[in-house]
Design a protein around this ligand. Structure first.
Ligand code: AMP
Length: 489
């Protein structure tokens, strides 16, 4: 007789959808990933890889840092390898579009790691670099082209490349491409890539225009999502200092940087000019600082990023366009020195910290004339950001719910209480309270850090195309060229 306690289920193969093998990738790729230290798939990879392998069009809602490059790159490489054809001269087999030079380079770097043991060629084309060299690179035929839209169209116009053999089209950071006014370029390019392609669209947020774009260019897309749009990574602790003016921003920044000498800080400025001025100020008072923005050459931007990544410089002052998508795992602090005009940008900015499982702190400064921007950010994220110092002006304290947040100081804020970290100060000192910060940071009393640093340059007005106050670009308006846009940002 068999008693129920003796019953055993026959052993069954259990698929672990976090191993790359079980997701359907071949041994060659899995071995490469193992060598790179990729043991388990991230959630976006676990969801997207099988869908891309089976040939579906895909909308991926995920930010940079979630592993989305591999999520689209690995299955695409797998499929390219399965088809042994080589690309004809001046033709490509797959196209990845991204909004900035940095992101293009970062994607290509990742993909080159993945294709190391294969015959596949990855080529990049971006503005601000020699078009002749890029044309020469394309002449041999390319498996995967990673490009910014404007430069790609320039190369198509010169007949350096045609897109008619492309079978894969990836639009990465699609929302940012729209913000930068690339919609017309994207439409032109989409028409050049044959209809029988597979299209993958990745975006950190899902504004209406992205939905429309997806409706036009994707066929029965599957949707995968890892971070709800508008929600910052839970691990980022967020604070805001309400300050009367710019001087106090500089003082508190100085104090906080001094208190965190081992931190790696990314400071966002709204304009090129502002970024350059702030970087020079920080350099002058002894911090190892550099800046990246649209007035820097590509070489300067790459050198600054490398020095920051290597920890040679501890403070990088950046505009949104230059910093978009950069993946530097060690960033401990993100400062919103100026609040962004588009609330989505705040989410992207703070997503530069708390990467790869680490903690991160986001500190914003808010002058009275920026209060409406803070209100928009809080509305988008559905949280109240903890007040680190100062008093929130009326536009915030009397928000839609009419509840005052005055006097809560460090103890208020939906995000903090919701995150279960109430009152818990990070081991690093994110800030000092307002009065102390202003006094402690005053030039006479400030402790000068012992690092000096080279300076770099320039000025800006961030290029955003607002549509009817929703922060999105308006359709149908003439756009500037990629070159002109870069002049601005
Ligand atoms: P991405 O979101 O594509 O910019 O990826 C962010 C970082 O995570 C990159 O440095 C990748 O090399 C790394 N990464 C992506 N997927 C994995 C994984 N499955 N395991 C370990 N690291 C990963």
């Amino acid at each position: 007789m068999v008693r129920s306690g003796d019953l055993r289920l026959a052993p069954r193969k259990v698929f672990d959808l976090t191993t790359f093998h079980d997701l359907g990738l071949s041994k060659t790729i899995v071995d490469t990933l193992t060598a790179l230290g990729f043991e388990k798939a991230t959630p976006i990879q676990a969801k997207a890889i099988p869908l891309v392998l089976e040939g579906s069009d895909l909308i991926g809602l995920a930010q940079t840092g979630t592993g989305k490059t591999a999520a689209f790159g690995l299955p695409m490489i797998e499929k390219l390898l399965a088809d042994a054809r080589r690309p004809d001269p001046r033709n490509i087999r797959a196209l990845i579009l991204a909004p900035t030079r940095e992101l293009v380079n970062q994607i290509a770097e990742n993909l080159r790691d993945f294709v190391k043991k294969t015959p596949l060629r990855v080529v990049t084309v971006v503005g601000g670099a020699s078009i002749n060299k890029q044309s020469e690179m394309l002449s041999r035929g390319t498996d995967i082209l990673v490009a910014t839209p404007g430069r790609l169209l320039d190369l198509v116009a010169r007949k350096s490349v045609t897109l008619t053999q492309a079978r894969y089209l990836v639009l990465d950071e699609a929302d940012q491409m729209l913000d930068l006014g690339f919609i017309h370029d994207l439409r032109k390019i989409s028409k050049m890539v044959p209809k029988n392609r597979q299209t993958l669209l990745f975006s950190a947020t899902m504004p209406k225009l992205i939905g429309e774009l997806a409706g036009e260019y994707l066929v029965n897309p599957k949707k995968v999502e890892v971070t709800p749009p508008g929600k910052a990574a839970d691990k980022v602790e967020q604070y805001v200092h309400h300050v009367p003016g710019k001087d106090q921003k500089a003082q508190i920044l100085r104090k906080t940087l001094t208190d965190n000498p081992d931190g790696l800080s990314l400071v966002f400025s709204r304009t090129k000019h502002g970024a350059e001025k702030l970087m020079k100020h920080l350099d002058h008072i002894g911090f190892k600082a550099a800046s990246i923005h649209g007035n820097k050459s590509q070489g300067q931007r790459e050198r600054a990023l490398k020095a920051f990544r290597d920890g040679e410089i501890r403070v990088l002052v950046a505009t949104d366009v230059a910093a978009r998508g950069i993946d530097i795992p060690g960033v401990t602090h993100v400062y919103n020195y100026d609040l962004p005009e588009v609330p989505d940008a705040y989410v992207h900015r703070i997503g530069r910290t708390a990467r790869n499982g680490r903690d991160g702190i986001a500190i914003a400064f808010c002058t009275p004339d920026e209060a409406h921007l803070l209100r928009d950010i809080e509305k988008l994220m559905g949280i109240q950001i903890t007040v680190a110092s100062g008093e929130a002006p009326a536009v915030i304290t009397a928000g839609p719910g009419g509840k005052s947040r005055k006097g809560r100081g460090n103890g208020g804020g939906g995000q903090r209480s919701g995150s279960g970290r109430a009152g818990q100060r990070p081991a690093r000192k994110p800030f000092s309270d307002g009065a102390q910060a202003a006094e402690g940071a005053a030039p006479s009393g400030a402790k000068r850090p012992q690092h000096g640093r080279p300076a770099q340059k320039q000025g800006e007005r961030q290029n955003r195309n607002h549509g009817g106050g929703n922060g999105r670009p308006q359709q149908g308006k003439p756009r500037r060229s990629e070159g002109q846009r870069r002049e601005q940002a």
